[in-house]
Ligand binder design. Structure first.
Ligand SMILES: C[S@@+](CC[C@H](N)C(=O)[O-])C[C@H]1O[C@@H](n2cnc3c(N)ncnc32)[C@H](O)[C@@H]1O
Length: 194
């Protein structure tokens, strides 16, 4: 299978099913990498677009590619306070690169209070593995601090329970279709209740 084609199919699927919520909203995308999904977000005309990305090369790339966006070179475990309140948060292809996924979700909710969170999980089971930080597309550390080199993935049940306890209802759950990149893995739409 051609990688570029499967990536396009994944972006098409996200675009068709989830990105219309971005229209005229303040949108945060965490872990935009080279902006494949960002391209699609921009097409939905968000009022404001904030990109939080920890890899310096990706940051430099998206600063040039999306001059209309606010780009923050930061880590989702530590720097979400810089973002402030958003309407829609997109957490795609990134939660499984975290050493502390529940901490990252707590940070997102408490720092940015998104009305809608679109979250996928490319390793939807409770597990851990070693992952060398700072390889392109992987867990990223923005300074030279020591790290455990371990990432932890969480199951659908943990994800949904954690989000419920954080004040978010699961509005929709789907999975990436075959033969798109990540096919079979879940994507969730959560909405803040109260
Ligand atoms: C696999 S890519 C996903 C790209 C795109 N979002 C997608 O779903 O196709 C993971 C991205 O998340 C970034 N990333 C990894 N750890 C991060 C962290 N702690 N905070 C912010 N971004 C991070 C990586 O640098 C990379 O750009």
């Amino acid at each position: 299978m051609v990688w570029g084609h499967s990536l396009d199919l994944k972006c098409d699927f996200i675009d068709r099913n989830f990105l219309h919520y971005c229209q005229n909203q303040t949108v945060l995308e965490i872990g935009c990498f080279e902006g494949w999904i960002t391209d699609r977000i921009v097409a939905h005309n968000p009022k404001k677009l904030i990109l939080l990305e920890s890899h310096k090369k990706s940051v430099d790339f998206v600063v040039k590619k999306f001059p209309q966006a606010t780009v923050i070179h930061g880590d989702m475990h530590e720097d979400l306070m810089q973002v402030g309140k958003v309407n829609v948060a997109l957490v795609l292809g990134v939660i499984y690169h975290s050493h502390a996924p529940l901490h990252a979700l707590e940070k997102l909710v408490n720092s940015c209070e998104p009305d809608i969170i679109i979250l996928d999980n490319m390793q939807p089971f409770l597990d851990w593995k070693e992952e060398i930080p700072n390889e392109p597309g992987m867990r990223n550390i923005i300074d030279n601090k020591r790290t455990s080199n371990i990432v932890i993935s969480i199951s659908n049940e943990i994800t949904i329970t954690a989000m419920k306890n954080l004040g978010y209802n699961l509005v929709k759950q789907d999975e990436y279709p075959h033969p798109s990149q990540g096919w079979g893995n879940p994507i969730f739409h959560f909405e803040k209740h109260e």
